[in-house]
Design a protein around this ligand. Structure first.
Ligand SMILES: NC(=O)C1=CN([C@@H]2O[C@H](COP(=O)(O)OP(=O)(O)OC[C@H]3O[C@@H](n4cnc5c(N)ncnc54)[C@H](OP(=O)(O)O)[C@@H]3O)[C@@H](O)[C@H]2O)C=CC1
Ligand SMILES: O=C(O)C1=N[C@H](C(=O)O)C[C@H](O)C1
Length: 259
C-alpha cells in the first residue's frame, strides 16, 4: 500500500485529490496538511480516524511515501523542501516556484536520491496545448497568450501560461514583435511581458481554468485553446504522477515527461 499525504487537503484541488486517493486501489491517505485549521479531528473533515491532520509544517510526523501538494505559491517551496528532506516523494501541482527554487529542489532531491514531479498542469488538454504551441511557435513567431481562471486564483499569470511562454521562447526565432513605438494609455493594458511574449490574465466567476495561445502571421492566424471545465480533469494526471513517482530518481518538471 502506498501511503499519501495531501498538503492543502481542504482546498478545491486538495479535496479532489483526497477523493482520488481514497478511490484508488493500492493507495492509502495517511495525512492531511493545511493552514488555519480549527480542528485536527479527522471526522471533522469526513476522513477516517487513522488519517493524521496537521496544521503546521513543523508538526508533521508521517510515514507517507508521497506528498501531494496543492497549496499556495507562498508556501510551496518550504513544503516541497520538507518533503524531500524527509524522504517523501513530492507530486507538486502548486504553482509559483521560481526557476531558482526548482533548481535548488532538484539539487536537494538528487542529494537525497529521491524522485518527484512538479507539473504546472495535470490536465491532458493543457499538456497537449503546451506541446502544440511549442511546435507552432517555430513557424509562427508572433504570439500572445490569454489565460482565464476562476476569481479565487491567488497568482497571475497562471503557472501553465508561464510554462507555455517558456516553451515557446525556447523555439521561436528571437525577435521583437508588435509596434516598437507602442504606448499604453492605460497601465498594463498590453499584459505581462515574458521575453517579448505578452500574457493576459482574466479572472471571472464561472470559469475554472482555460488558456488560448494566439499566433498571427501574414494574412492568417492560428489559435490553440484548452478548457478545464471541472477540476476532476486534473486527476488523470495526478494519478499518472502517483503511479510513477516512486520509480523516478530525480525531480522531474512536466507531466509529459512521465506519460
Ligand atoms: N498543476 C495543476 O494541474 C493545478 C494546479 N493548481 C494550483 O494548485 C494550488 C491550489 O489551488 P486550489 O486548490 O484552487 O487553492 P485553494 O485556495 O482552494 O486551496 C489551497 C489549500 O492550501 C491550504 N493552505 C493555505 N495556506 C497554507 C499553508 N501555509 N500551509 C499549508 N497549506 C496551506 C489551504 O488551507 P486553508 O483553506 O485552511 O487556508 C487549502 O487547503 C494553486 O497554486 C493552483 O494554481 C490548481 C489546479 C490545477
Ligand atoms: O489555480 C488554478 O485553478 C490552476 N492553476 C494552475 C496554473 O496556475 O496554471 C493550473 C490550472 O491552470 C488551474
Amino acid at each position: 500500500m502506498t501511503k499519501v499525504l495531501i498538503a492543502g487537503f481542504t482546498g478545491a484541488m486538495g479535496q479532489k485529490a483526497v477523493r482520488l486517493v481514497q478511490r484508488t486501489a493500492g493507495y492509502e491517505l495517511v495525512a492531511g496538511f493545511a493552514a488555519g485549521l480549527t480542528s485536527t479531528t479527522p471526522a471533522d473533515y469526513d476522513l477516517p480516524a487513522n488519517v493524521q491532520i496537521f496544521g503546521a509544517l513543523d508538526d508533521i510526523q508521517t510515514d507517507a511515501d508521497i506528498w501531494i501538494d496543492f497549496t499556495l505559491p507562498s508556501v510551496v517551496y518550504p513544503n516541497v523542501k520538507f518533503a524531500i528532506e524527509h524522504g517523501i516523494h513530492p507530486v507538486v501541482g502548486t504553482t509559483g516556484l521560481t526557476d531558482e527554487q526548482v533548481t535548488e529542489l532538484q539539487a536537494l532531491a538528487a542529494k537525497q536520491q529521491l524522485g518527484g514531479l512538479i507539473a504546472p498542469n495535470f490536465g491532458m488538454s493543457a499538456v497537449l496545448l503546451m506541446k502544440f504551441a511549442k511546435e507552432a511557435a517555430a513557424y509562427f513567431p508572433d504570439v500572445e497568450i490569454i489565460e482565464m481562471h476562476h476569481d479565487n486564483k491567488a497568482d497571475a499569470p497562471s503557472g501553465t501560461a508561464l510554462s507555455t511562454a517558456k516553451l515557446i521562447d525556447e523555439v521561436r526565432p528571437k525577435h521583437k514583435q508588435g509596434n516598437p513605438a507602442e504606448t499604453e494609455s492605460l497601465a498594463g493594458v498590453r499584459g505581462g511581458d515574458y521575453n517579448g511574449i505578452r500574457i493576459h490574465a482574466v479572472r471571472l466567476p464561472g470559469y475554472v481554468a482555460h488558456e488560448q495561445v494566439l499566433f498571427g502571421g501574414p494574412g492568417e492566424a492560428l489559435t490553440i485553446r484548452q478548457d478545464s471545465f471541472d477540476r476532476e480533469s486534473f486527476m488523470t494526471g495526478v494519478k499518472v504522477a502517483m503511479d510513477n513517482v516512486l520509480d523516478l530518481n530525480e525531480l522531474v518538471v512536466g507531466l509529459e515527461n512521465v506519460l
